[in-house]
Design a protein around this ligand. Structure first.
Ligand SMILES: [Zn+2]
Length: 384
């Protein structure tokens, strides 16, 4: 009785837990895995198919025919029960998957969960040991060539090091607590067609340094990403013993709020507009000569509106006008930007405004101190 089965499935879908995707939480699942007994969104169902039918068997809830035994399995398990089993030991530093999570990360979460069953068998989680070593393809600082470099992550030393060829001394020693790692930024995919990439940012001599790496194997990259997050959480737990994991987790890694090209002038009204790749990340607005630059040309700390920060459409009187302008006021200087379309301009203003209206956290003051120090040290070079 296919119609009857169809009705039972629709009733099951209304139960708590089943009304959202078992993996990413998206509302209104359209598919199901009938051997695992869970309801899934379209994107996660596709990831399940990639695992193979020996792990997960997928059917559309309405368009496929359901047998009685398959429906009985859906009734027996359901999303709540399944999560209790397959997500039992998800490490607190593991990035939660949502609708907006990059595709590779979603797919690897699903593979970890069902195929490798890492959250049932925590001993399979290579990324929680506080140590990781291996080769990643790293973009050259001054060129677009990616070359293999050995990376070593050590929580005990609080360092991430990388080595050039067989040299004994590391090319760089980075403090893990200074790292921000972003997963698969779109720009790397667009410029180099590399899907499994990481951008690793850290502060070097008072300026943010960017390094870009990838690996052909998506699992390897995702493991590096989670290994860095896990070390960071452990270091934060030591530094802030009173804080809960939930409070600390938001500091493990920060995605870009917005990235794209803008035009920017210098501090003098006579200066011309130059095309800059701009990245907004937390309370930092960085601008670069090139999309995959090693260093930003400048970085602006975004404080709170009550401290004299503001962003408004339009140009400062006396400055050249070009495109769709907006001005970022800081206590020290007005920064003049311009975008190519009205929509882009409102998007940037909105994103920056959201940051300016958010009260700063203690960690933000540390960033302000670093960026301000740099400005005083080398005003002429960095602040143009
Ligand atoms: Zn989903």
């Amino acid at each position: 009785m296919a119609d009857n089965n169809g009705r039972i499935l629709m009733d099951l879908l209304k139960l708590t837990g089943n009304s959202e995707c078992a993996d990413c939480g998206k509302l209104g699942p359209e598919y199901a895995s009938y051997n695992l007994g869970i309801f899934l969104c379209t994107r996660c169902a596709t990831c399940h198919r990639h695992m193979g039918a020996q792990v997960s068997k997928i059917k559309h809830l309405k368009m496929d025919t359901w047998e009685d035994a398959q429906v009985a399995r859906m009734k027996e398990v359901g999303n709540m029960k399944s999560k209790l089993k397959y997500e039992r030991w998800v490490p607190p530093s593991y990035r939660k998957v949502s609708e907006s999570t990059p595709q590779v990360l979603v797919e690897q979460f699903i593979f970890s969960k069902y195929k490798r069953q890492e959250f049932i068998h925590p001993e399979r989680q290579s990324y929680t040991s506080g140590f990781m070593e291996g080769y990643l393809m790293k973009k050259g600082r001054e060129n677009n060539q990616f070359l293999p470099r050995k990376f070593v992550l050590s929580e005990i030393e609080n360092t991430l090091k990388y080595y050039v060829k067989d040299r004994k001394d590391p090319k760089a020693i980075i403090k893990i607590s200074d790292i921000n790692v972003e997963f698969s930024p779109e720009k790397i995919q667009e410029l180099h067609s590399i899907p499994n990439s990481l951008q690793i940012d850290y502060i070097k001599d008072g300026s943010t340094r960017h390094i870009y790496v990838y690996h052909d194997d998506p699992q390897t990259v995702v493991n590096w990403y989670h290994a860095i997050r896990c070390c960071k959480l452990h270091l934060l737990q030591v530094a802030y013993p009173g804080a809960t994991d939930t409070e600390l987790i938001e500091f493990l890694s920060q995605d870009f709020d917005r990235e794209g090209f803008l035009y920017k002038t210098g501090p003098s009204p006579k200066d011309v507009y130059k095309k800059r790749w701009c990245s907004l990340q937390g309370r930092k607005l960085m601008y670069h000569d090139e999309v995959l630059a090693a260093y930003p040309k400048g970085e602006i700390f975004l404080g709170h509106i009550s401290a004299g920060f503001n962003v408004v459409p339009g140009f400062v009187p006396g400055f050249r006008e070009s495109g769709y302008g907006f001005t970022l006021h800081t206590p020290d200087r007005a920064y003049q930007f311009s975008s190519e379309t009205d929509v882009e301009r409102s998007d940037w203003i909105q994103s920056i405004e959201r940051v300016l209206k958010t009260p700063p956290k203690p960690q933000d003051n540390a960033l302000a101190a670093v960026l301000n120090k740099k400005r005083t040290d080398s005003l002429a070079f960095f602040n143009r």
